[in-house]
Design a protein around this ligand. Structure first.
Ligand code: SAM
Length: 404
């Protein structure tokens, strides 16, 4: 076992309240217990799972998740949080999938604050579709928040505890794959694949550190070493990720999605870009109060930890699960294909300040969703499914499946 790096405090970190410090101490103590029970080395995916999803302590399960753009409280903003424009545009793709699969069932994974469900159900009902909406949310805290927000639509929504045995309709997961725990790896001098994990700092050094942990390496277990070796050449001083949980999730969709399609939206790349030699520090990012940094060991339980998505791996896993890969493109192209321009074509005639302010907000959201410098290019949409008979609207032009 070799130490890889010590934690460092990210620059610009806002001061923590006493309440947050107490929570952080509790999470760190629980993580030290996990490291000890794992024999002194906790593989990074298990660390990430605990830091994000440990009951009552994790970022998504302990009340810490802060969606939205509001400083000082918001941590990050997702497309549905920007405005209802994303959901309105997405509704065109959803309704095509429902029509083709002869179903009105929608299953949303990881619904966050419930913003997408709220806007999407409202929009579909205006189009004359009464959806049967299900949400599968792993965080009890977020599930409760969703139930509060969506109380007026309660008759249309059910919360599931596990995936259905058989599902026909439309599946949606916006920024869910990136929140699934990933394994980290690097290479030894002889090209051997090394698994990255977390070890406890001893008591004397821990006092000088912002968190009582180190990142460390050990030879990767055989299955991980083989998968990494299949995907990229060993390179010196190279750190990256592989998300086996997300791949298993994609594969398992093939066991229950009997007719219909899934819309998977997330930030990421095809494999040749993901494992580009220049991306030698991987894609792991943490978010706390709109401060993005790459220090996963600090602020455990208080900050979001994510990795970008290897869309080639997701498409391969879908194929292994017996699904078809129906389309892959950028978020900007997907939204344009779904007619986002129609929603922006006619400014409101009403000149009252509230209406004009709302319109300005919609235009600024459109810019964020579409701009190459913001979400338009980095975010991708992968469409997978089974027994679909018509080409999907969202990738009718600009389909990049050939790049996967
Ligand atoms: C980054 S948030 C995105 C929330 C929301 N979709 C949005 O776009 O605002 C990730 C969400 O995925 C949930 N999540 C993570 N893994 C999941 C899984 N395997 N099944 C269902 N939900 C999951 C988290 O609890 C959280 O609600």
């Amino acid at each position: 076992m070799n130490v890889l790096s010590a934690p460092a405090l990210p620059h610009g970190l806002p001061p923590l309240s006493d309440e947050l410090k107490t929570h952080l101490d509790q999470v760190n103590a629980a993580l030290l217990g996990h490291i000890e029970r794992a024999g002194g080395f906790l593989p990074f995916d298990q660390w990430m799972h605990q830091a994000l999803y440990a009951p009552e302590l994790g970022y998504y399960t302990g009340g810490s998740t802060k969606f939205g753009s509001n400083l000082p409280t918001g941590d990050f903003t997702t497309a549905p949080e920007l405005s209802s424009l994303f959901a309105q545009t997405l509704s065109r793709q959803v309704s095509q999938i429902l029509h083709d699969s002869q179903s009105v069932a929608i299953l949303e994974f990881g619904a966050g604050s419930g913003a997408l469900a709220q806007a999407l159900i409202t929009e579909l009902r205006q189009q004359g579709i009464e959806p049967e909406y299900s949400i599968l949310e792993v965080s009890p805290d977020l599930r409760e928040r969703q139930q509060q927000r969506l109380a007026p639509l309660r008759a249309h929504i059910q919360w599931l505890d596990r995936t259905p045995d058989d599902f026909k309709g439309c599946v949606i997961a916006n920024e869910v794959l990136d929140a699934m725990p990933a394994s980290l790896f690097t290479f030894g001098q002889d090209g051997q694949v090394l698994e990255v994990g977390v070890i406890a700092a001893d008591q004397t050094t821990a006092r000088g550190l912002p968190a009582p942990f180190y990142l460390a390496t050990r030879p990767a277990p055989e299955h991980l070493a083989l998968l990494v070796a299949e995907r990229l050449e060993p390179q010196p001083f190279y750190l990256s990720e592989i998300n086996l949980q997300a791949e298993a999730w994609m594969r398992s969709m093939g066991t229950w999605l009997s007719r219909g399609a899934a819309i998977l939206v997330d930030y990421g790349f095809p494999r040749h870009e993901y494992y580009h030699p220049q991306r030698d520090q991987g894609t792991l990012m943490c978010h706390f109060r709109h401060l993005a940094h790459a220090q996963p060991l600090v602020l455990a339980g208080l900050q979001d930890i994510t990795t970008h998505v290897d869309f080639t791996a997701m498409a391969d896993a879908a194929l292994e699960g017996g699904l078809d890969v129906l389309g892959y493109t950028t978020q900007a192209r997907f939204l344009m294909n779904c007619g986002i321009a129609n929603y922006l074509a006619s400014p409101p005639a009403d000149n009252t300040p509230a209406v004009q302010q709302q319109w300005a907000h919609t235009m600024s959201s459109a810019n964020k969703l579409l701009s190459e410098a913001e979400m338009g290019e980095l975010f991708k949409v992968l469409l997978v499914g089974r027994h679909m008979t018509t080409p999907l609207l969202g990738t009718l032009s600009g389909d990049r499946r050939d790049r996967l």
